[in-house]
Design a protein around this ligand. Structure first.
Ligand SMILES: [Zn+2]
Length: 378
């Protein structure tokens, strides 16, 4: 049993007390603060990264040029580098990103994995033992629907995630999305990133979520909200590729919004950094409440499992982050100013995770030998 204490984010907001963890599950919430807590501070659920391409970390050069030059299949920079990379190097690059997520308090992520069935298998391999709950959205190796290939992909992956509906012939993408749906798996796509796309044509495919929606009109956003389809915003990626996202507009239309970090050669998969940027860039578009910025950073995992709210609840898997920060004042605002060096402890998959540079192996749940390490500055 482990106890984390301090200001705990619950469904009712921050409450002074403690969280008890047993066998990797939240076993109790209490108003008491025991002396022997494993860590004390501001305790929140682990972050949720709603959109990544982790394998892009294989690209090591400075990234220049347009969206098309860099990410458009099949000739964009990332696709050329990935096509020429050894499997082991791709797995290592993804493992490195999984370690960054574990250290920066990301408890779950959803990756759009290119490269067909072999691509899916590489990510599944990289994710073993990484502690971060992995949702793999694979795609066919080519822009072509073949039932056998999609069957094989969906046996390993959680669904299908494609570059854009525009990249596919209509009848083929309908077969692809229908196949995922019949298999009980997710179909998701980037949408209206570079140019506006026909929203009805996209929503007809029953997507689990849409990524970007930068060029969507108000009517498009309304239809998306009516269809109950969440939108994943990736503000650092958008600005890198030359566009300012309008998150306040997404919220005004009643959309559920999650944050993703997108291409790993452009952004670290740290949601803490994405959250701060989302909040700040949104001031150019009328501003975002600190509480909303945090909700966008925590909720993707829950939305997928259909649970409401973003606070810590009894029965949840114990994926938690403790920040070494003062526990009074407006803690939503405090978290928006937090740095990764303020993270005192990340607790995922039944254990705490070591800091970068720490020689200590991850601590097993239930043992109290280790205390959270002192804050280090990077
Ligand atoms: Zn993307």
């Amino acid at each position: 049993m482990d106890v984390l204490a301090g200001a705990v984010l619950t469904a009712d907001g921050f409450v002074h007390g403690s969280v008890t963890i047993e066998d990797g599950v939240i076993a109790g919430l209490s108003r008491s603060i025991p002396k022997d807590a494993l860590a004390k501070g501001v305790v929140i659920p682990a972050f949720s990264n709603a959109h990544t391409h982790l394998a892009d970390a294989i690209v090591q050069e400075e990234v220049k040029g347009s969206l098309e030059d860099i990410v458009a299949p099949p000739r964009g920079l990332k696709h050329r580098v990935l096509a020429g990379a050894k499997d082991e190097d791709v797995v290592d690059a993804m493992r490195g990103m999984l370690r960054v997520m574990a250290r920066t308090g990301v408890g779950s992520f959803r990756d759009f994995r290119e490269g067909g069935l072999p691509g899916v298998r590489l990510l599944l391999r990289a994710a073993i033992g990484g502690g971060v709950a992995t949702t793999v959205l694979g795609r066919p190796a080519r822009i072509e629907y073949r039932r056998d290939e999609v069957d094989a992909i969906l046996r390993g992956a959680d669904g299908i995630g494609i570059s854009s509906v525009l990249d596919w012939p209509r009848d083929e993408v309908e077969k692809l999305a229908g196949h995922a749906r019949r298999a009980g798996k997710a179909f998701a796509t980037h949408c209206s990133e570079r140019v506006r796309e026909d929203i009805d044509g996209v929503l007809d495919l029953k997507p689990a979520f849409l990524v970007h929606m930068l060029e969507a009109t108000d009517a498009d956003l309304e239809r998306t909200a009516d269809a109950g389809v969440p939108v994943v915003a990736c503000p650092r990626s958008n600005v890198f590729f030359g566009k300012v996202p309008d998150l306040p507009r997404l919220l005004r239309h009643g959309l559920t919004v999650h944050l993703g970090t997108d291409n790993a050669m452009v952004n670290s998969p740290s949601i803490l950094r994405e959250m701060e940027f989302a909040y700040k860039v949104s001031r150019l578009r009328g501003g975002l409440a600190a509480r909303d910025a945090l909700a966008m950073s925590l909720s993707a995992g829950r939305a997928v499992s259909g649970q409401p709210g973003v606070g810590i609840q009894v029965g949840d898997p114990a994926s938690l982050v403790v920040f070494d920060l003062p526990s009074d004042g407006d803690l939503f605002t405090t978290l928006l100013r937090a740095a990764e060096s303020d993270i005192a402890l990340v607790y995922l998959a039944g254990r705490s995770w070591p800091r970068k540079g720490s020689a200590e192996p991850p601590r097993r749940a239930g043992s109290r030998r280790q205390r959270p390490r002192p804050r280090t500055r990077r």
